[in-house]
Design a protein around this ligand. Structure first.
Ligand code: ZN
Length: 184
């Protein structure tokens, strides 16, 4: 089990500090797989209430759900408009995409980007937090953002995730830019 009993919410700068403390010894991810949660979508997430207390409860509920269906782990991160939530230990494999579980970190962006906008409002906040979190992970792991995969590339899962409003080329470019900015 790699579910965190107490998931942790980070603002991006604090997540970067945290990631720098990690050492991947037994398991080392080769790339990051991006998802959107679909349910909850952004409207449902906002309805539940923003902020650290509500977000923590929400991520605990998600972990409890995955545990309940017998998974040993779930997606590693849930990225909300306000916080990057660490749900499962980043130093062990997760469960999020059948083709990629054993060699990737799974990042769930809160929202349903088949219908909700990714370039304005809460969607743009999720995008900015995701780009920052991915830049931190790619730097710590020495990975190129070109290695980012989308869940929908795992054809076996038949899951159109993340939705069409998320462009892979755009995300790669944004993560690369964030990595360069941090390096400068
Ligand atoms: Zn997915």
């Amino acid at each position: 089990m790699t579910f965190l009993a107490e998931p942790r919410g980070f603002v991006p700068a604090a997540f970067d500090v945290y990631v720098k403390t990690l050492h991947w010894l037994a398991w080392r991810p080769k790339y990051v797989v991006l998802h959107n949660s679909a349910e909850p979508n952004l409207a449902q997430w906002a309805h539940f209430g923003a902020g650290p207390v509500n977000g923590l409860q929400r991520v605990k509920n998600l972990n409890a759900y995955y545990k309940g269906i017998g998974w040993h782990s779930g997606p590693h991160l849930f990225v909300a408009p306000d916080f990057v939530w660490l749900a499962c230990d980043l130093r062990a494999d997760g469960v999020h995409a059948s083709c990629y579980n054993h060699e990737s970190i799974g990042v769930e962006m809160v929202g349903d980007y088949s219908s909700e906008p990714f370039d304005s409002g809460d969607g743009a906040k999720v995008r900015a937090n995701t780009v920052a979190a991915l830049a931190s992970l790619h730097r710590a792991l020495g990975l190129s953002p070109e290695t980012i995969r989308f869940h929908k590339e795992c054809v076996a899962d038949h899951h159109d995730c993340p939705g069409k409003n998320v462009s892979k080329a755009d995300m790669i470019a944004r993560v690369a830019e964030a990595m360069e900015a941090a390096h400068a």
